[in-house]
Every structure is written in C-alpha cells, then in structure tokens.
Design a protein around this ligand. Sequence first.
Ligand SMILES: [Zn+2]
Length: 274
Amino acid sequence: MNNVDLSSDDISRYSRQLLLDDIDETGQANIKQAYAVVIGLGGLGSLVARYLVGAGIGKVLLVDSDTVEKSNIHRQVLFNQDHIGQHKTQASYAQLRLVNPYTQIELAENQANSSNLPSLISGAHCVLDCSDNITTRKAINAACVNQRTALFIAAASQYSWQAINLRCNGSDSGCYACLLAQTTVQEDCMSQGILGPVVGMAACFQATQALLYLASTNVESGVNPEANPSAEPKANSETQNTWGKYYIMNAATAQFQSFSLPAYKHCEVCQCHK
Ligand SMILES: [Zn+2]
C-alpha cells in the first residue's frame, strides 16, 4: 500500500487518468512520490517535462545548458517568441509552474557528461534521455546501468523516431552500449531535418512509458525502486513487456517495428553488472 494520500485537488486534477486501470488512486499516489530526471529540453524533453508535470509527478530535475533559439520553437513546445535567448531551464520552469504548482521542479544548467551524470541522476526513480547526440546518450546509459536506474531513451530524425526502455536488473536484455555494439545507429542529426510532430510522437511514447512505470512502482521518496523490494510492478502493468525493446516508427508511412535488444556478451557497460 502507498502511504501518500491524494488530496481533493489531486482527485479533481487527475480525474481523467485516475480512470485508467494502470493508474487509479494507487498509481497516482506512486506518481506523486516519484522523481524523474529529464536530460535535454529540446523537442523531446520540453514535451516530456510538460506531460510528467501535468500528470502530477512529485519531482523533476530538468538538465540543459542551452538557450532558446528561434529555430527551436517549431518543435519545442514549452517555448515561444518571448523565450528566445533565455536559458531553456528557466523558460521551462516558468511554463511548467503554470501547468502544475504542486510538482517540485529543480534545474541544472549543465551539459550532461560522464563526470556529472552520477550525481545528476542520483536518487532518481527513472531517467528520460532527451539528449540529441550519441556521446551524451552513452554517458547517460552508463550512469543508469551503474545506478540500476530505469532509463527511457528516445530520438528522432526526419520522419522517424526510435525509443528504447532499459532497466539493468540482471535480465538477458542489453543496454544502449549493447545496441551500439551490434547495430549501426544513426547520429541524431539536425542537419537531416526534423518535422516537429515526429519528435513529439517520440516524446509522447517516452512520457507514456515512464508514467506507467512510475505508476506501477511503489517508491519511497529518494529511494531507487531497483533497490526497493516492494517496488515490483503491478501484475497488470502495461509496461512490463517493453523492457529491453527497441521501437522504430516512420511517421510518414505509419510503419512501426519493434525488436528485442539482446545483451552483447562483451559489453563493457552492462555485463559486469550481471
Ligand atoms: Zn550493455
């Protein structure tokens, strides 16, 4: 049982998602206690943050070092003309405060890297990788494997998006480094172009998966669910079959594919943690 009660405001504010079997009052109370780190506030992160805060997550840490540029606005939904030149973290904070005054929103004006990630993700119940390059993604993956933190990765380019749900818990599924070792992954390249709604679809998938995971996980404040014996997902959790899966969708042709991501036996990131 979750020991956090929902207020009458919670019941009203989240009434539409409370109707869902995978949320209900227990799941909403879990979301209310949850802490997620969103790395990158571009086309992915700005929408992911909006949905997590809108859904009543207890706490988020928003990590980005960039300022808002005119070319960001077509896909980065938290920003408008008035935000050009502002730090994305500050602009996001101002917008998200208006969405939900009850979420604790913390900011880190940092470029995430292998040095600062261990402290940036410390204590998080999940991490949402909304970065835009493979170097940062590799560093996030390694930090999440080390801390056994659930990781939701997404990326988009042109008309296609990809997403991976990773949880290094001793299963046979691999990590992002395993994927890189076994396949050719295209660098997210803004020079290839991106249609705004396509990256938005990736963000919606990422936020959905994270919210269902957090709703299904009975977390104690500040405690990593992987270290919490009571943190097993609900039996009916819709997310439990998505771990270790790699999803690709072409939004122009509506082709959707999913693959299992097996562990690479020589992976230097995850294999030593088995
Ligand atoms: Zn691996």
